[in-house]
Design a protein around this ligand. Structure first.
Ligand code: MV4
Length: 448
């Protein structure tokens, strides 16, 4: 096992990783920007190294400084968390060539999934269902026309270097195709430095359901069931739950098996997530693979009864997977508490937290790096806490979440707590009848 790990991240996930290190008797090294001097990850790590000024480019994305921090402190491995450098194949490669174990998949696996069109082809070859569309990148307008006619409108144009909803265009008829094709490619070039786009059939109001997978260094891959992440706003997830209220045991089994096939086909090591779009008839299609631990991993931990961060570290250290596929037990829901004002278009609301009271009790979990007197810097994402509840069934989990949200008090800034309280009371949500268009609809019908 490693003796010392550097955590190349901040916020709740840095703290979450530090806690596991302490449990395993591993020394932890925090890195921090000048904006994060007062952060708990700096306070609770065994050592901390300042790696630069507030902008991410100059600190949490500054590869030479992070590698230098690991070398100076004698760390043997780097945990990238999520965001920042977690899916940067170049960073994973540099860690390896510097003699540091990157806690995650190989640089090759990261690259293979980073190009969204290539990832789709890889999955198709592995017999994982994919959405009908172009074979790879489309460069000529005539090809775009031919493919769209063949699969039928509406179609969606996506950037190969995109992901997470960036640079997508929905095209409803042929007259709209030319202008959107050119704009999508131009935007992709500007945003990602790669003009490549691909085309697929546009599915109306799909469900976003993802499967957690884990691979070890010996060719073993397991899945850990699904998370339903359909409650999203502008491609930002707000609520996740496991199991999904939409799929049954048979669909779960098929999706899990497809995810394992997909992960095996790229010799996947460590924690990963295969995202699927699921239509009304429960047909599921590969969308993207995330080659990192995700924000919403706690809902999976609750229903399968395992610490996934601990498992990531153990697998990186060479341990064999001992996890067998098992059905979810109970029901877990996570609400993302962001420093945003839901009554003002979710506008960011950084600043000082003047009052802070956390809910608690049986089945209530909070992952947060915040405290009364903490100043949320404006430089990073707005996640301030994850409130996770666990109960025997979905209804009790929703009731527990509603009660916990009532008690959760954050003063001095705006948060998404009032938004979550509304969702927990919403009849469609309570009935489990929601898809990715859910928030568009409640904003229309719930005008206050
Ligand atoms: C789609 C789609 C419908 N059809 N692809 C959004 C995130 C990006 N990774 C892909 N996304 C979508 N791709 C086809 N062929 C609808 C979406 C989509 C969506 C997906 C998941 C969760 C929320 C969403 C909201 C709008 C659109």
């Amino acid at each position: 096992m490693f003796k010392k790990i550097l955590i190349a991240n901040r916020g709740e996930i840095a703290l979450r990783i530090i806690r596991v290190c302490r449990e395993l008797g591993i020394k932890s090294v925090a890195v921090y920007s000048e904006a994060d001097r007062e952060s708990l990850h700096v306070k609770f790590a065994d050592e901390a190294v300042c790696i630069g000024p507030p902008p991410s480019r100059e600190s949490y994305l500054n590869i030479p400084r992070i590698i230098a921090a690991a070398e100076i402190t004698g760390a043997e491995a780097i945990h990238p968390g999520y965001g920042f450098l977690a899916e940067n194949a170049n960073f994973a490669e540099i860690c390896t060539s510097s003699g540091l174990k990157f806690i995650g998949p190989s640089a090759d696996s990261i690259s293979a999934m980073g190009n969204k069109s290539l990832a789709k082809e890889t999955m198709k070859k592995a017999n994982v269902p994919v959405i009908p569309g172009s074979d790879g990148v489309v460069t000529k307008l005539q090809d775009a026309v031919d493919i769209s006619r063949e699969i039928g409108f509406p179609v969606i144009i996506k950037a190969v270097a995109g992901g997470g909803g960036k640079g997508m265009r929905i095209v409803r008829d042929e007259a709209e195709l030319e202008k959107n094709f050119i704009m999508a490619s131009t935007e992709a070039e500007a945003a990602f430095g790669d003009p490549g786009v691909y085309i697929e059939k546009y599915l109306e109001q799909p469900h976003h359901i993802e499967i957690q997978v884990f691979g070890d260094n010996y060719g073993n891959v397991v899945h850990m069931n699904e998370r339903d992440c359909s409650v999203q706003r502008r491609h930002q997830k707000l609520i996740e739950e496991s199991p999904s209220p939409f799929i049954n045991a048979e669909v779960r089994k098929k999706m899990g098996e497809a995810a394992i096939k997909g992960a095996k086909s790229v010799n996947y090591q460590g924690a990963g997530t295969i995202e699927f779009l699921v239509d009304k008839e429960h047909n599921f299609y590969f969308m993207e693979m995330n080659t990192r631990i995700q924000v919403e991993h706690p809902v999976t931990e609750q229903v399968i009864g395992r610490d996934l961060i601990k498992l990531q570290i153990e697998i990186a250290a060479g341990k064999k997977l001992d996890h067998k596929v098992k059905n979810p037990v109970g029901h877990a829901i996570e609400c993302r508490i962001n420093a945003e004002d839901p009554s003002n278009n979710f506008r960011p609301s950084p600043g000082e937290i003047t009052g802070f009271h956390l809910p608690g009790g049986y089945g209530v979990r909070i992952d947060t790096h915040c405290y009364a007197g903490y100043r949320i810097p404006p430089n990073y994402d707005s996640l301030i806490a994850k409130l996770i509840v666990y109960a025997p069934d979905r209804k009790s989990a929703i009731d527990k979440m509603a009660a916990a949200l009532e008690e959760f008090t954050i003063e001095g800034i705006h948060t998404t707590i009032p938004f979550h309280k509304k969702v927990m009371k919403n009849e469609l949500f309570r009935a489990g009848k929601y898809d990715t268009s859910f928030l568009d609809n409640i904003i229309l019908t719930n005008k206050e």
